[in-house]
Structure formats: C-alpha cells, structure tokens
Design a protein around this ligand. Sequence first.
Ligand SMILES: Nc1ncnc2c1ncn2[C@@H]1O[C@H](COP(=O)(O)OP(=O)(O)OP(=O)(O)O)[C@@H](O)[C@H]1O
Ligand SMILES: [Mg+2]
Length: 244
Amino acid sequence: MSEVLLEVDHLTKRFGGVTAVDECSFTVNEGSITALIGPNGSGKTTAFNMITGYLKADSGQIHFRGNTIARPRPADLYRRGLSRTFQQARIFPELSVEENLVVAAGYSWRQLFGRRVSATDKELARQMLAEFRLEPLLELPASDLSYGQRKLLEFAAVLMSNPKLVLLDEPTAGVNPVMIDAMERHIRERNAAGVTFLIVEHDMQLVMRLCDPVIVLDQGAPIAFGTPAEVQSNPKVLEAYLGG
Ligand SMILES: Nc1ncnc2c1ncn2[C@@H]1O[C@H](COP(=O)(O)OP(=O)(O)OP(=O)(O)O)[C@@H](O)[C@H]1O
Ligand SMILES: [Mg+2]
C-alpha cells in the first residue's frame, strides 16, 4: 500500500457569488502521477492555488506528509518539498537560463550577482540544464526562450528544490508535440526517481498514457476518481464535459 502524501479535506473557495472550489476532498498517494482534470472553470487552478499557498481557502484543510498545513505559504512549502508550476510559466525573463536555475536552488539575487554560489549548486544547475537539453541556451536571457522552452525551464527550476510533490498546471498547453514528448519523458523519469506528481492537463491522450489515478472536478468538487479507463467510461464525466 502506498502512503497518502497530500490530503485535501473539504477545501472551499468563493469569489463573490461563485463557489470556485466547493467542499473539495481528495488524496494524492506517494509515488503516483495523479491527474486533476475537469472542464474549464471547474476549479482546478483555484485548488492548486490554495494547496500551494497562493490563495487563502475560505474553509477546509490541507495535510502534507502527515502534517496539517495550518497556513500554507509558498516559500515554506517549497522548503518542505511541495512546489508547482503555473498555467502561464513564471520565470525571471531578465535572468539567464542558468541563473533561473540557481535562483531556484534558493539563492538571493544578491548572492547570485555577488557570485557567492557554491560549486555544487552550480554543478547541479548544469546537470539539470543538460538533462533538459537547455545547456546550449544557458547564457541567454530567459526572455529569449520559446513558450515551450520556458515551460521546460520552469519545470527544471522547480526540480532544483528536490521536491517530494510537484503540482503542474497544464504543463503541455500551447507546447509543440516535440516539447510535449520531452515534458512527458521528464515527468516519467522524475517519477521513477521518487517524485510524486499532481497534474492539471487538458490533453486527454497524455492523461491516459501518463496518469493514474485520475480525479475529475466539476463545479469545484470531485465527481469521479479512478483509473483513466474508469473515469473515461463514467457517464457523470461525459456529462460534465459535454454539458459544459
Ligand atoms: N481571482 C478570481 N476572481 C474571481 N473569480 C475567479 C478567480 N479565479 C477563478 N475564478 C473563477 O472560479 C472558477 C474556477 O476557476 P479556475 O481558474 O480555478 O478553473 P480551472 O479549472 O483552472 O479552469 P481552466 O481549465 O480554464 O484553467 C471560474 O468560474 C473562475 O471564473
Ligand atoms: Mg486553470
């Protein structure tokens, strides 16, 4: 039996009259690549924002590695092994590709520009760049990267913290097929090395290939949970997508 790594317990968020996330409960098991899917506006990003401390929940609780996270804060969670990417990749466009990774390892800009970065972390950044085939670009400002390359860089940066759990919000949206393959390969490799993933993804073929289990949200609450095949044949899921 695998252990529960993340537990979301009756999480709720309202925006005015809209209940974006509604008494939402689910778990993510250690070692899994769990998908969180659902129609546009079903609350996936809002759930991510609460789990990772970017948005305060109206009610509900989050448990990570057996501890209740009373006040989720992004930097604390990052140190505790929970990190994420964004639907629109967040990188530092004015820093170089390599500097983006070094900053992600926990250095301040002052340390970075004072060149007080340890040789080990610099080496780690180089290895990550090689793994992601971004090495030829390491000196370029990140603003020169293509959309797909930015997403890869953001993912590589997140891995610099040696996370236990990574939340990816639409890692392949707007990315070309070659980059989708690269992203998929990196997720698989990191998962094999012990990283757990919770992934919001609209590409159903990718979800079916990569993820198990799959959680389906509709109007802020889970309506199905199971293997890709199970949720795919669930009438409630079909209705949620078609009823849109
Ligand atoms: N900051 C906000 N202020 C007001 N309403 C918001 C805010 N963020 C999200 N919402 C609303 O909450 C609901 C859930 O939005 P959310 O972005 O979480 O959905 P999503 O499942 O990530 O959708 P998508 O697949 O399009 O990314 C939507 O009705 C959205 O309009
Ligand atoms: Mg979203």
